[in-house]
Design a protein around this ligand. Structure first.
Ligand code: COA
Length: 363
């Protein structure tokens, strides 16, 4: 019998760990990752440099870039004949299944983390290709992870601006406090299970539309709305039907998610470099209409744009198909998952909360 009867079914406000990895300041709208403001990090670090930072690795960004390149090739060679059989309708199902082909121990080792993180990029990119009836493509180990990921998906050599946009995306989403998938990874690590099992479980948590599954539906929403004057009616109808507006609302932020502004800035940089016709003006109009209508219906809870709203616009601007948005999130978030897995292993404490029994007792 559990003595405390205070039940927090969504663990709202429950602090389950101390962490030196990232801080989400919900009322101020600030995200700090390893001592950097997320915006500074997103525009100054490549993804591999961010991994080096998050993993406190002996290898610097340049060394990790080499390790990632080799690991992409190894992952491709190991999986290329099997991947077509693993293609599922939902890209996250494919990604979860392919990732589980990898094996690992419980070691805290940035080389090992690089090997698995790199493989996730190869699997995600090639499943995206196969879902469009394109053949799998071999990685180019000379490229950075962001550049090669874009190249494998789009079949084009990405521009410098596009590579920078991809690095900004991957770096900005690399970590975000005790979010659901990170907590999942930590729960699995706390049982002393292996690294791959932690990541496979985290991918499963990220798939859900309340977490990392939202950006694809955000793009669908923008496409259905089509132009700003349709936004009011479309959103009101959704709310009348008790449907959630994807990309709006957050458990921790009571103000606009700071990552939305980072992605807007990244899109503007792409526009300065020649990108034409992004969905940014439409997105801004839909966001402000959604914010107003949600405030009318939920005066008790501020519901503003979250990371997924502008993820959809940024990844679309980078020419990624919408069905790969969640997998792309996994490519970036794997960096943070491993940082938390390492932190959890150092803590060495099984995560095992309690529940209050409401069923029958034996007579
Ligand atoms: N659209 C419409 N209504 C929303 C909403 C949204 N995006 N987000 C929350 N609400 C409503 C809920 O339905 C609830 O209303 P109710 O009490 O009448 O049922 C109320 O606001 C409180 O929401 P709650 O479920 O307690 O918020 P939460 O903190 O548990 O949820 C999210 C946070 C992110 C899961 C939620 O805002 C959401 O579902 N957003 C859309 C999905 C999304 O963008 N996910 C990505 C998150 S980064």
């Amino acid at each position: 019998m559990v003595e405390s009867t205070v039940i927090k079914s969504g663990l709202d406000g429950v602090v389950v760990a101390e962490t030196g990895i990232s801080e989400v300041e919900g009322q101020r709208g600030r995200l700090i990752i390893k001592g950097f403001d997320a915006e500074d990090l997103g525009f100054s670090h490549t993804f591999e440099e961010t991994c080096a930072l998050l993993w406190s690795s002996k290898e610097d960004g340049a060394e990790l870039t080499k390790l990632f390149g080799q690991a992409r090739v190894e992952a491709y060679e190991m999986s290329k004949d099997i991947l077509p059989a693993l293609l599922r309708e939902h890209p996250m199902d494919s990604l979860r299944t392919a990732t589980s082909l990898l094996t690992s121990g419980t070691q805290v080792d940035s080389k090992e983390y690089a090997r698995i993180t790199a493989a996730i990029g190869v699997f995600a990119a090639n499943f995206s290709r196969m879902s469009r009836k394109l053949k799998p493509i071999a990685p180019d180990p000379k490229l950075t992870h962001a550049a090669d990921f874009l190249r494998m998906i789009t079949d084009e050599t990405p521009s410098k601006a596009e590579i920078a946009g991809m690095d900004t995306y991957l770096t900005t989403v690399s970590d975000h406090g005790m979010n659901a998938s990170t907590f999942t990874a930590r729960v699995v690590a706390s049982t002393e299970s292996d690294n791959v099992s932690c990541i496979v479980a985290a991918i499963g948590a990220l798939k859900g539309p309340l977490h990392g599954g939202a950006p694809g539906p955000v793009l669908d929403m923008l496409n259905e709305i089509g132009s700003p004057e349709n936004a009011e009616k479309w959103i009101a109808t959704q709310l009348d039907n008790r449907k959630r507006i994807m990309g709006m609302g957050h458990r921790i932020y009571t103000v606009r998610d700071p990552r939305a502004a980072i992605f807007e800035k990244a899109i503007r940089k792409l526009e300065e470099a020649g990108l034409k016709a992004s969905r940014l003006p439409l997105a801004r109009a839909v966001e402000s209409t959604a914010e107003r209508l949600l405030a009318e219906r939920h005066p008790e809870k501020p519901l503003k744009a979250n990371v997924e709203f502008y993820t959809a616009v940024l990844l679309d601007s980078l020419k990624l198909p919408s069905n790969i948005f969640s997998s792309t999130f996994a490519v970036g978030r794997a960096a943070g998952w491993f940082a938390h897995i390492a932190e959890q292993r150092a803590l060495g404490r099984l995560i095992r909360p309690a529940s209050k029994y409401t069923g029958a007792y034996p007579r």
